[in-house]
Design a protein around this ligand. Structure first.
Ligand code: ZN
Length: 361
């Protein structure tokens, strides 16, 4: 087993790997892949980022296995949107914990890992769109514009999330400007508004038709968790008040991960109540088809893989070019230094010769 050497301080690693207000706990670069995998058992500043989403993954897997005994997840077409939603949650947590686990290996791995993370976020947005428009829809919205275009719009927004977040990562360099957060959060906000609309509408309609559903409590909680998560994601609180104190435990990204964990937890609780309390109106809809469930999922996955591959290649080329340019600059500097010392020696020789000439005269 090859473990990593002890974690490093901020000034011992390249600026790309820096995090605002984090001073210690950085894993060294260029060790074998297995070292980074095994680093989930070592102390460093990514440890809780990895574990928070590994635990979320375990929670989703346990839930999915319990649901598979209660619902016909694969044989009943009306359960296909549920299966697709669960798969997007699983992919989200695999991509996220994998990205935080492996990102320190090299610069190109760092960029590519987070591109996969963004692809997972977009995909989860798509999966939640499918879950909410199939199982949480108000009767009024049946056949409406938002209902008819829910899945295609969700699919396009999922790819846009992946593209925008990836551009925000590759376009700007650390220390990142605030505009980078705007790139990231605006695309995520757009898909969130789309996917949460059926739930907003139902809660809004409660004030008119008085139809309370037992799932509302969990839906409201999932929205609150997501909002709190968004605050921690964008604010760098609490580490901005005490740089270095929250490097290993209590960092805002770890709190953000916990909030996303709780969002999916409450989302699953709400869905379970929708399905078991028979409040869903899915049976009034046309039967889900292979194309508008599994087919659309496959299309979003393929599109996001293409986006990640495209940006991976362009980042790889840019890093290679930067490496060559740095090498040229170093060589030129070396040559100038050597050239300079030759000239210096030549000048010394010339002055010695002239001094000897003066003496002989
Ligand atoms: Zn993360």
């Amino acid at each position: 087993m090859i473990f990593l050497p002890p974690a490093l301080d901020k000034d011992e690693i390249p600026i790309l790997f820096h995090e605002p207000y984090v001073l210690t706990g950085f894993r060294p670069l260029h060790y074998p892949w297995t070292s980074y995998l095994l680093s989930i058992f070592q102390w460093h500043n990514e440890l809780l980022n990895i574990w928070t989403h590994l635990l979320a993954l375990i929670m989703v897997l346990i839930r999915a296995s319990v649901w598979s005994t209660e619902f016909s997840l694969l044989s009943d077409p009306f359960m296909w949107p549920l299966s697709v939603g669960i798969i997007t949650m699983i992919i989200l947590y695999i991509c996220s914990s994998g990205a935080h686990c492996l990102q320190n290996r090299s610069e190109v791995v760092h960029y590519t890992c987070f591109m996969c993370d963004y692809a997972g976020i977009g995909l989860y947005g798509f999966g939640s769109t499918m879950l909410h428009y199939w199982y949480c829809l108000h009767e009024d919205l049946l056949g409406s514009f938002s209902h008819q275009f829910a899945i295609p719009v969700g699919a396009v927004l999922a790819v846009i999330v992946c593209i925008c977040c990836t551009i925000s990562k590759t376009k700007y360099k650390r220390p990142y400007p605030f505009i980078r957060r705007v790139w990231q959060m605006s695309s995520v906000f757009a898909i969130y508004v789309w996917l949460i609309f059926p739930i907003w509408y139902r809660i809004w309609m409660y004030y008119h038709d008085g139809k309370w559903s037992s799932s509302f409590k969990n839906h409201i909680q999932q929205m609150l968790w997501f909002t709190v998560g968004g605050f921690f994601f964008g604010s760098d609180v609490p580490q901005r008040f005490c740089p270095g104190l929250f490097d290993i435990i209590g960092h805002s990204h770890q709190i953000f991960h916990m909030c996303i964990f709780m969002t999916t937890y409450e989302q699953m609780n709400a869905l379970y109540l929708e399905l078991t309390d028979d409040t869903v109106i899915i049976h009034k809809m046309e039967e889900p088809t292979l194309f508008n469930t599994w087919g659309m999922l496959a299309m979003v996955i393929v599109a996001n893989i293409f986006v990640v591959y495209y940006f991976h290649c362009s980042v790889n080329n840019r890093l290679e070019q930067e490496k060559e340019q740095n090498l040229d600059v170093k060589n030129n500097k070396h040559m100038t230094e050597n050239g300079g010392s030759c000239l210096h020696q030549e000048n010394i020789q010339k002055s010695l010769v002239s001094k000897c000439k003066d003496k002989t005269q």
